[in-house]
Design a protein around this ligand. Structure first.
Ligand code: Z5A
Length: 214
């Protein structure tokens, strides 16, 4: 099959949602019209219920532990893979994901510092089922991330975290980007036009290369 699974990663405000939209339009322009987009956590009825808990936490008398958060994130991801991503890929659709497994490694591993044995076990399971063909990591500083999201009316649990938390998440992302396969790191402090142009150029080259391999 020539259809692909592409994911976009980065700190809050890095431009992921905007880039998912632009990649979809670009693929459409290239004649690839069967495209499904996802946003994690969420994307199935069960995953959307978990999204609310993951983003806004539990009640005051039952705060969510970081291991529970991790397990909910992976529950949501398994639901999404099984009920949305895999069926779409097997029908020949392209899938563009706003966040995937690197997010958990960066936020829960780097940011929260959860038990790495548990995180790796979950991550290995997910990535053995499905690893992206291409991952764009949009790199911005924690300061820029905060400045892009500061005017939001309601901030979620992650958006209320400190600069130090975001610095840990970013440094984990950068390490993963240098170690993992298929990751392209882009300086997303540049204008949206520049970031998009880099992505389109890369996609053109990558599409030609993958077609030659078929
Ligand atoms: N989370 C986790 O901890 N572990 C996991 O495994 C997963 C998730 C999957 C989901 O939140 C939260 O879940 C997330 C981590 C955690 N943390 N938080 N918060 P979400 O889905 O609500 O939000 P998000 O994923 O962080 O995305 P976002 O905040 O919406 O940002 P974005 O999608 O990267 O950016 P955007 O919406 O495209 O752009 C934001 C603004 O910046 C907008 O006004 C743009 O016009 C502007 N922008 C974007 N790029 C540029 C450039 N290049 N120049 C100038 N302005 C720009």
């Amino acid at each position: 099959m020539s259809n692909k699974f592409i994911t976009i990663e980065g700190l809050d405000g890095a431009g992921k949602t905007t880039v998912v939209y632009r990649i979809t339009k670009y693929l459409n322009k290239c004649g690839i019209v069967n495209v499904v987009t996802t946003r994690e956590p969420g994307g199935t009825p069960v995953a959307d219920l978990l999204r609310v808990l993951i983003k806004y936490g539990g009640p005051i008398n039952d705060p969510i532990d970081s291991i529970s958060e991790l397990l909910m994130i992976y529950t949501a991801r398994f639901q999404l893979i099984k009920n949305v991503i895999k069926p779409a890929l097997s029908k020949g659709y392209w899938v563009i994901g706003d966040r995937y497994d690197l997010s958990s490694q960066a936020y829960q591993g780097g940011g929260r510092g959860v038990d790495m044995l548990l995180l790796h076990a979950l991550s290995n399971k997910v990535t053995s089922i499905l690893y992206p063909d291409l991952i764009f990591y949009l790199d911005i500083s924690p300061e820029l991330s905060i400045s892009r999201i500061k005017n939001r009316i309601m901030l979620d649990c992650f958006e209320q975290e400190s600069l130090i938390f975001f610095a840990r998440v970013r440094s984990c992302y950068k390490k993963l980007a240098s170690e993992k396969k298929n990751v392209i790191m882009i300086d997303a402090s540049q204008s949206l036009e520049k970031v998009s142009a880099i992505i389109y150029r890369y996609l053109d080259w990558w599409l030609i290369r993958s077609r030659r391999k078929l």
